[in-house]
Design a protein around this ligand. Structure first.
Ligand code: FAD
Length: 293
């Protein structure tokens, strides 16, 4: 079991890893790519560089530094998390168990530009199979997505639903789905209904009747993951207090995923704070296990 699992190897996640490792705790950092910095070009406003540094170089140096102090850095995509006093983090390839978890997955991905999607949120549109799947038991439901994260949501829904249909909205499939899942790749024209979702109209005017659509586009975002274990969400960000703690014991969040000023310097600071709080949390857990006050 790891002391601290960190999802995200951007400035927030790597900064947290440095503090965690230097407190002599076991730290694993899981990241699927270089995050926002991969798109950032040159950074000229971060402390300590007298010449512009490329976003990619900054991430690469951070990852090297974290490895140097003992962090295990894993290139993988997180699909699911569970919490039962300990954290279970499921990736495409492995499962990790930790005493504490820091979510540092950057800002939320863009929502699909599908007519009706936003209007019906909470009225048939859900972003969390584990949270809302039960409401659609015995129903014909749909998952909007095309990759591993959509597959994870499909797997959570199959035992509950009468049927699950995957809607790729014109995108090519990047995961293989069970045979029992019907796949519709036609682009979506709109989601329609009155008080709640009644169905989907496709670009070719065909219609699929459903009362429930689970959105699982791209990778699991910070709020997708946080929702799965009951963490409070504020708008599009994870809600934290001044120490980066969420309402779930042992769960912390840092960087762009908590909103506010989206800058490297802020993410690095948040990551440090999250790690310091996680370190206290882990040490307290250990003392309690040893029967110490
Ligand atoms: C075009 C652009 C230019 C910018 N220019 C500047 C600038 O000049 N100066 C500045 O200070 N800031 C700049 N920023 C902002 C800066 O990049 C971010 O504020 C900073 O990177 C946030 O750090 P973070 O660690 O919170 O998130 P990110 O750097 O986005 O890192 C997120 C990490 O989470 C991982 N992740 C996400 N989902 C999953 C998942 N499901 N499974 C596994 N891993 C996952 C990603 O792979 C990545 O490792 C810019 C951003 C952009 C987009």
């Amino acid at each position: 079991m790891h002391d601290i699992i960190i999802i995200g190897k951007g400035p927030a996640g790597i900064s947290a890893a440095l503090y965690g490792c230097r407190a002599n705790l076991s730290v694993v950092v899981i990241g699927k790519d270089n995050g926002s910095l991969a798109k950032a070009g040159n950074i000229e406003n971060y402390y300590g560089f007298d010449v512009p540094v490329s976003g990619t170089a900054l991430v690469t140096k951070g990852v090297q530094q974290a490895k140097m102090v003992g962090a295990l850095v894993v290139d993988d995509e997180v699909l699911d998390i569970e919490w039962d006093g300990q954290f279970k983090v499921k990736t495409k390839n492995e499962e990790f168990v930790g005493r504490s978890l820091i979510i540092a997955t950057g800002s939320n991905r863009r929502k699909a530009d599908v007519k009706g999607l936003e209007f019906f949120e909470g009225k048939g549109i859900s972003y969390c199979a584990v949270c809302d799947g039960f409401f659609f038991r015995g129903k014909d439901i749909a998952v909007l997505g095309n990759g591993e994260y959509a597959l994870q949501e499909v797997k959570d829904l199959l035992p509950l639903a009468q049927s699950v249909t995957l809607l790729s909205n014109g995108a090519p499939l990047t995961a293989s789905f069970p045979e029992s899942v019907k796949i519709i790749e036609t682009p979506i024209q709109e989601i329609f209904g009155e008080m709640s979702v009644q169905g989907i109209r496709f670009a070719d005017e065909s219609i699929f009747s459903t009362t429930g659509i689970f959105v699982a586009l791209g990778s699991a975002s910070a709020t997708d993951l946080a929702r799965k274990i009951g963490a409070e969400i504020r708008g599009t960000s994870i809600a934290v207090d001044g120490t980066m703690a969420t309402n779930v014991p042992g769960l912390f969040a840092a960087g762009d995923c908590i909103g506010g000023t989206l800058q490297v310097a802020v993410a690095v600071g948040d990551g440090a704070k999250a790690a310091l709080t996680a370190i206290s949390y882990v040490r307290k857990q250990r003392r309690e296990e040893r029967g110490e006050a």
